[in-house]
Design a protein around this ligand. Structure first.
Ligand SMILES: [Fe+2]
Ligand SMILES: [Fe+2]
Length: 306
């Protein structure tokens, strides 16, 4: 694997520089950070118990565009039960809370990617221990966006090449922050913070290496789906659910994301039509078009900004 380098410094919420720009993320740099983090003893809390998170999630579940996929008492209770088992060290929860105040879109997005990943894991991962493990992958996936200036995160026009460079750096900042606060750089959520913009065909970033990992790829599909469904400052309309699923279907056909995860998402979106396992069939015909009047809404641009 190639060694990543920092193009920008990585800071904690209170402004402490963890690593300066120019640092190579080699074994020495990671070892040094690990040593530094071991002297800390951050309290850990269940994500759902922190601040207004549970209340906010219940609001998102009962309002469009998520009121169908998160409908049915059993489904919702199962998903909440899975999410309830994930705890995070306090500084990572404080970063979530900072997004709630400064950039509600990113806050909402992180919680919904967590919830969608839980729903996908409920369907796709049979072993309860494995399922619990997979759940830890998602709630911190975009934590590195805390280092991206708000004017870039909320920019209403197309990103410039330098904006894009700053935004793309969130996967490296996220890897550093998640590894530091979770005190282990080999954990699933730390790797997911780094790899959630990679693609199966190697067309993603930061490494541009082909991936093949169900737990990572459930987060990737949830990430793209929520980004397409959400109102964004740079396009007047969000995608309809069918159009968003169409974008994902096309990506699966091109070998960029896992077809089985996309297929599960399509089935989950069918209200009160849950065929038993083994009888699931999904049509690959076109499902919809992208929203009208979206001058900046090409999927490739959307893909850049989640
Ligand atoms: Fe994201
Ligand atoms: Fe991201």
């Amino acid at each position: 694997m190639k060694t990543l380098g920092l193009q920008f410094p990585v800071q904690t919420l209170d402004g402490q520089i963890l690593l300066p720009s120019g640092t190579l993320l080699d074994a020495d740099a990671i070892g040094g950070l690990m040593e530094q983090s071991r002297s800390e003893n951050w309290p850990r809390l269940p994500v759902l118990e922190y601040s207004t998170i549970r209340k906010d999630i219940l609001y998102f579940f009962t309002h469009p565009p998520y009121e169908i996929i998160f409908s049915g008492e059993k489904r919702v209770n199962d998903v909440l039960g899975l999410m309830q088992e994930v705890s995070l060290p306090l500084p990572l929860l404080e970063i979530l809370e900072r997004f709630r105040e400064a950039d509600f879109y990113t806050y909402r997005h992180m919680l919904l990617v967590f919830a969608l990943s839980a729903l996908l894991a409920r369907e796709m991962v049979e072993d309860p221990e494995e399922r619990r493990h997979s759940l830890r992958a998602s709630p911190t996936h975009d934590v590195g966006k805390i280092g991206v200036p708000l004017e870039v995160l909320r920019k209403p026009t197309t990103l410039t090449p330098s904006d894009r460079q700053i935004l793309r750096h969130h996967v490296i900042s996220g890897f550093v922050l998640a590894g530091y606060y979770l005190q282990d750089f080999t954990l699933l959520p730390v790797c997911v913070a780094r790899d959630h913009h990679e693609r199966r065909d190697g067309s993603g970033y930061p490494l541009g290496e082909a991936i093949d990992d169900l737990f990572l790829e459930m987060v990737i599909v949830a990430d793209i789906y929520d980004a397409l469904l959400s109102p964004r400052p740079y396009r007047p309309n969000a995608y309809e659910k069918r159009s968003a699923l169409e974008v994902l279907t096309t990506m699966a056909e091109k070998g960029k994301v896992r077809w089985d995860v996309v297929e599960t998402l399509i089935i989950l979106n069918r209200r009160r039509k849950h065929p038993p396992d083994g009888e699931r069939r999904v049509s690959r015909e076109r499902r919809g078009a992208e929203p009208a009047g979206n001058s900046y809404s090409l999927p490739s641009r959307d893909e850049e900004r989640h």
